[in-house]
Design a protein around this ligand. Sequence first.
Ligand code: PRP
Length: 209
Amino acid sequence: MLTIAVAKGRIFESTLQLLDKTGLGSREDMLSSRRLILNDEAHGIRYLLSKPVDVPTYVQHGAADVGIVGKDVLYEAQADVHELLDLQFGRCKIAVAAPSGTELSTVTRVATKYPRYAREYFRTLGRQIDIIPMHGSVELAPLIGLADCIVDIVETGRTLKENGLVVLAELAQITTRLVANRRSYQLRGADIDALLLRTRTYLEGETVS
Ligand code: PRP
């Protein structure tokens, strides 16, 4: 069986739609179950439903042959995996945001779930900052004086707006990626290529229609 690690969370619904429409997995089954391992005997696929941040780990260590995960998570994890395809969905930006009126040149305390993006961006500006690591609801930090700004995902911009924050700089464009374990790609290249072809065909159809 080919094992695919699927990230639950922000991109879960779009991932299920992709799997459903490519005929690789049943969206209903994945949504209705609490099981974390689902076997699709008909297609010879086993799905691992995982926290996004753990998908690169499963794939790098070969617990999954393939993973579906955001570029943001991949970049932060610095996982040694083979990136196969940009799936185009889950589109968002990594941005620096702060309360309106904040000057980028004055910030020193940065709250984030993305320390690598934050550190590298401020390094390119030649600036030293303190990272305040967070796990969620990052927008809270500058509102209560814990940080001067945040580095976080902006998708619709609604969370920033409703919390009185504005974008000071855009750091990266993010989409969802299909990745593979390097050894699996050598040993099971035919299976993975078949999956890749199916996915690519579906994405091209989406673009055309
Ligand atoms: C992400 C991100 C922002 C929000 C941005 O959080 O951290 O808070 O989505 O989306 P928007 O621009 O469409 O408002 P997520 O929902 O993943 O949850 P979290 O705060 O627990 O990390």
